[in-house]
Design a protein around this ligand. Structure first.
Ligand code: NDP
Ligand code: MG
Length: 380
C-alpha cells in the first residue's frame, strides 16, 4: 500500500486526486491532507478517507476533527513527508501561497506530483535544486506538462527536440478581442468551456496568463529554451501538448479533459492505473488548431521575456497577475484591466539577478505594492 499526502486537498486538484485514489484504493491510502480555510470540506474528506494526519498552519481547528492527528508545524510536516508513511506527495495549493509548502515537499525525497505552477515560475531554480538535493522525483500533473512528459523520449537529449507545443483552449472568450471584453462579468470569466477548476486558474485561463505560467513551467521542468517553446489554440482541449523531434515526428497525448487522467498517469509506478474515463472519438469530433491572436501575443511575449531573463522577472510577473486577478474577482477592475496591471507593473521593474528566498519574498511584496498602485491609477 502506498501512502499519499495531498497538499491542498480541499481544492479542485485535491478533489481529482481523491477520485483517482478512491478508484485505486487497493494500491493507495490517504496518509494526510492539508487545507487552508475550507474546514467543512476537510472534515468531509477526513470522514470519508480517514487520513492519519491533517495539516493546517493556522491552528484552532483541532476540535473539529474527531480522528487524525492535527499538525501545524512545517518541520513536523517535513519529517512526516520524509518518513516511511508517505510515498507520494501531491502539491495542489494555488498561487504564491503554495511556495513554502512546495519547497517542503521538494525535500520529501518521494514522488512529487506538482500542480502548483506559480512556485515554479517564482522560484524554479530553488525548487529543482531542492528536489535534486533530496532525491525527490518530480512528475507534473498540469495536463500540458504531464502530456509532454509522456511524449518525451526516455533520457531525451535537448538537441533531439525541435520544439514543444503547448495547447491552449483559449478559455471562455476565445476569438474575442480584449477590447470587447470590458463588460464581462466575473461569472462569465469563470465559466471555462472544458475544465472545472479553482477560481484563480479559471481567470488565468480566460486571460491566457495560465499559458504564460505554463510556458515558464515547461522551460524549468524540461530545461528547454524559450526558442523551442510554442503555443497553439486548440479549443476542444483534447490534445494536451506535443513534442516535435528534429526528425520531423510529432508525438502528442490526447484524452478528454479530466484532471484525473494526468494524476493517474503521474501516480503510477510501472503499471498504468485503471480509472473511469470518457472514450475519445466515439462520436464525430473536430480537432481545431489556431495561431494566437495578436492581443494574446502581447501577454505571451512577457512569458518568453521571463524565461529569457530569469532572475526576478517571474516573481514580478506572478505577483502582478495575482493582484490583478484578486482585484477582478472583487469587482475592483474590469477584465481588460488585468492586462494593464500586469504589463505596467512588469515594465516598471528593472531586471535583477536575485539569489535567495528572502529576496524572492521581498520582490513579491514590492511587485504586489506596485500592482496596487497601478490599479489605483486606473480607478481614480
Ligand atoms: P483551488 O482554489 O481549487 O484549491 C486551492 C487549494 O489550496 C485549496 O485546498 C486551498 O485550501 C489551498 N490554499 C489556498 N491558499 C492557501 C494558503 N494560503 N495556504 C495553504 N493552502 C492554501 O485551486 P486548484 O485546485 O484549481 O489549483 C491548485 C493549483 O494547481 C494551482 O497552482 C493551479 O494553477 C494548478 N492547476 C490546477 C488545475 C485544475 O484543474 N484545477 C489544472 C492544472 C494546474 P482551502 O480550500 O481549504 O482554503
Ligand atoms: Mg494546464
Amino acid at each position: 500500500m502506498k501512502g499519499v499526502f495531498i497538499l491542498g486537498a480541499t481544492g479542485s486538484i485535491g478533489e481529482n486526486a481523491l477520485k483517482v485514489l478512491q478508484q485505486n484504493s487497493n494500491e493507495f491510502s490517504l496518509t494526510g491532507i492539508s487545507f487552508f480555510k475550507n474546514v467543512e470540506k476537510a472534515y468531509e474528506i477526513s470522514q470519508k478517507f480517514r487520513p492519519k494526519y491533517i495539516f493546517n498552519q493556522y491552528n484552532g481547528n483541532e476540535k473539529v476533527f474527531d480522528h487524525g492527528k492535527m499538525l501545524s508545524d512545517q518541520e513536523e510536516l517535513l519529517s512526516l513527508l520524509q518518513s516511511e508513511e508517505v510515498d507520494i506527495v501531491i502539491s495542489g495549493i494555488s498561487g504564491f501561497a503554495g511556495l513554502n509548502l512546495n519547497l517542503v515537499a521538494a525535500k520529501s525525497g518521494k514522488l512529487l506530483l506538482i500542480a502548483n505552477k506559480e512556485s515554479i515560475v517564482i522560484a524554479g531554480a530553488h525548487f529543482i535544486k531542492a528536489c535534486n538535493d533530496y532525491n525527490t522525483k518530480i512528475i507534473p500533473i498540469d495536463s500540458e506538462h504531464n502530456a509532454i512528459s509522456q511524449c518525451l523520449d526516455h533520457n531525451y537529449d535537448q538537441k533531439d527536440i525541435y520544439k514543444i507545443t503547448l495547447t491552449a483552449s483559449g478559455g471562455p472568450f476565445v476569438g474575442k478581442p480584449i477590447s470587447e471584453l470590458g463588460k464581462v462579468s466575473i461569472e462569465d470569466a469563470l465559466e471555462h468551456p472544458n475544465w472545472e477548476m479553482g477560481k484563480k486558474i479559471s481567470i488565468d485561463s480566460a486571460t491566457m496568463v495560465n499559458k504564460c505560467l505554463e510556458l515558464i513551467e515547461a522551460s524549468v521542468l524540461f530545461d528547454i529554451p524559450a526558442s523551442k517553446l510554442d503555443v497553439v489554440i486548440h479549443p476542444q482541449s483534447i490534445l494536451h501538448s506535443m513534442v516535435t523531434y528534429v526528425d520531423g515526428s510529432t508525438i502528442a497525448q490526447l484524452s478528454n479533459p479530466s484532471m484525473e487522467i494526468p494524476i493517474a498517469n503521474a501516480m503510477r509506478s510501472t503499471k498504468r492505473l485503471t480509472i473511469d474515463f470518457k472514450e475519445l472519438f466515439i462520436e464525430k469530433t473536430n480537432l481545431e488548431f489556431f495561431p494566437l491572436s495578436l492581443d494574446h501575443n502581447e501577454i505571451i511575449d512577457l512569458a518568453y521575456d521571463v524565461i529569457n531573463l530569469g532572475g526576478t522577472r517571474g516573481v514580478v510577473f506572478n505577483a502582478a497577475n495575482e493582484v490583478a486577478v484578486e482585484s477582478f474577482l472583487s469587482s475592483k477592475i474590469s477584465f481588460p484591466k488585468i492586462f494593464n496591471v500586469i504589463t505596467e507593473t512588469y515594465n516598471s521593474f528593472d531586471h535583477s539577478n536575485m539569489c535567495n528566498l528572502t529576496e524572492i519574498n521581498e520582490y513579491n511584496d514590492y511587485a504586489r505594492n506596485m500592482a496596487i498602485e497601478v490599479i489605483k491609477s486606473h480607478t481614480n
